[in-house]
Design a protein. Structure first.
Length: 410
């Protein structure tokens, strides 16, 4: 269903201000993929909507309070979805369609939507304390989207661009939430395929937070957190190429190439399916740990089953298939590994890497085991607890001592 605004002059003026604020871009990207620039005097409109009457009351309160803000002197106009009546664009995000498909108890039930924003992630993180937990912000276009390490994330029309809030108490597992989010995205896509009788669009997870389809990146995850009042306030942002085949490829391009259906993925369907999957995965993750999702994550991991050649110095090469993932978080295991430091050479698709790593006793170990001897493909969580793989990240272990540790702990 197309989104609709109110006919009232005040709301029409707010929308007009957003549209007229658009300026021509100097981007080198070909149109329509170049995102128009907006200066500090530009304005944005946010439409608020709730799944229930209580959540719609929250929307009214937020509108009347004027509590929601944007940085960079960007003027923000707040509108209520319940007051809307006049269609704007057929390809705008369908708020009603999304809400009608949503079946969660907490996540996604409070929505902020805008035709264009600097960044959904910034809206969520900057207004975190004003929003209910599980609130989601969706934009049709972003002009200041960002990825990890402050990288720019291209956010053209056709992307599913959203960020949402959650709160966690255990800081040790906060960095793992990006893997739960990634897994929920891939499983949501499969769920939409199932419901529409489509072959699976097999999107894979590439460490630590990229989504790949047929060897090309189609999405990414960004999770940030702050600590306040003994809680970690987590803002999770997702960008997924649904109907924009540039700059890489997208889900609908893949479907068209299959030539088996005229169905096209809709952002609203994927978002509703995502929150359904995420809510279930998150409950498992909090109550049972990441181990409860480990097998499914491994099946979705881009590098699963990859053949590698591992060689200690002055030793024969060993070819292994990665077969499973195991997790140990015991202090005993860490203590036994603390003093180990050996360079290991890894040949991945004929590419050699020299690997080394200093183990810190406060870090959690993630072991990717290969072969029946469980002797290699070992990875560690780094200081931000990001998964590290042998292909392109460091590692340091004495393999024989590692075997001894495994024999004691397995």
């Amino acid at each position: 269903m197309s989104y609709a605004f109110t006919r009232s002059l005040g709301f029409f003026s707010a929308l007009k201000k957003v549209i007229l604020s658009t300026k021509k871009t100097n981007s080198s990207l070909p149109l329509p993929f170049a995102v128009s620039a907006m200066d500090g005097n530009s304005s944005c409109a946010l439409v608020l909507c709730g799944k229930s009457s209580a959540e719609n009351e929250t929307a009214k309160t937020l509108k009347n309070s004027g509590a929601l803000k944007l940085t960079d002197n960007t003027e923000l106009s707040i509108l209520l979805h319940s007051e809307s009546a006049k269609p704007i664009k057929e390809d705008a995000f369908g708020v009603d369609s999304f809400m009608n498909s949503l079946s969660t108890n907490r996540f996604g039930r409070f929505l902020l939507w805008s035709p264009r924003l600097p960044s959904t992630h910034d809206v969520i993180s900057q207004n975190f304390c004003e929003l209910p937990i599980g609130a989601v912000c969706v934009a049709d276009v972003q002009y200041k989207g960002r990825g990890r390490s402050k990288n720019v994330w291209e956010s053209p029309k056709g992307c599913l661009l959203f960020s949402f809030t959650l709160q966690m108490e255990d800081g040790r597992v906060v960095p793992l939430i990006q893997y739960v989010v990634s897994l929920a995205v891939t499983e949501a896509i499969k769920d939409v395929c199932d419901k529409n009788g489509l072959p699976y669009v097999d999107v894979k997870i590439k460490w630590p937070n990229d989504l790949y389809l047929n060897g090309l990146k189609v999405g990414g995850i960004l999770c940030t957190s702050t600590f306040k009042s003994k809680q970690f306030n987590v803002s999770a942002g997702i960008g997924l190429n649904v109907d924009n085949e540039k700059p890489t490829t997208c889900l609908n391009t893949f479907l068209r190439e299959l030539s088996v259906t005229t169905y096209q993925f809709r952002r609203e369907d994927i978002l509703a399916a995502f929150f359904d999957k995420f809510e279930k995965f998150y409950e498992l993750f909090i109550n049972q740990g990441f181990q409860s999702l480990e097998e499914l994550y491994y099946k979705t991991w881009l590098h699963s089953g990859q053949r590698v050649i591992v060689q200690e110095k002055n030793d024969d090469q060993v070819v292994e298939n990665v077969v499973t993932i195991q997790v140990w978080q015991t202090r005993k295991l860490l203590d036994e590994l603390l003093t180990q430091s050996l360079n290991i050479h890894a040949y991945v698709h004929e590419r050699v890497c020299t690997l080394s790593y200093d183990i810190n006793p406060t870090k959690i170990c993630y072991f990717i085991l290969s072969g029946s001897d469980r002797n290699l493909r070992v990875t560690f969580m780094d200081k931000i607890l990001g998964l590290v793989f042998i292909k392109d990240m460091p590692l340091s272990l004495d393999i024989q001592k590692l075997k001894n540790v495994f024999s004691k702990n397995v």
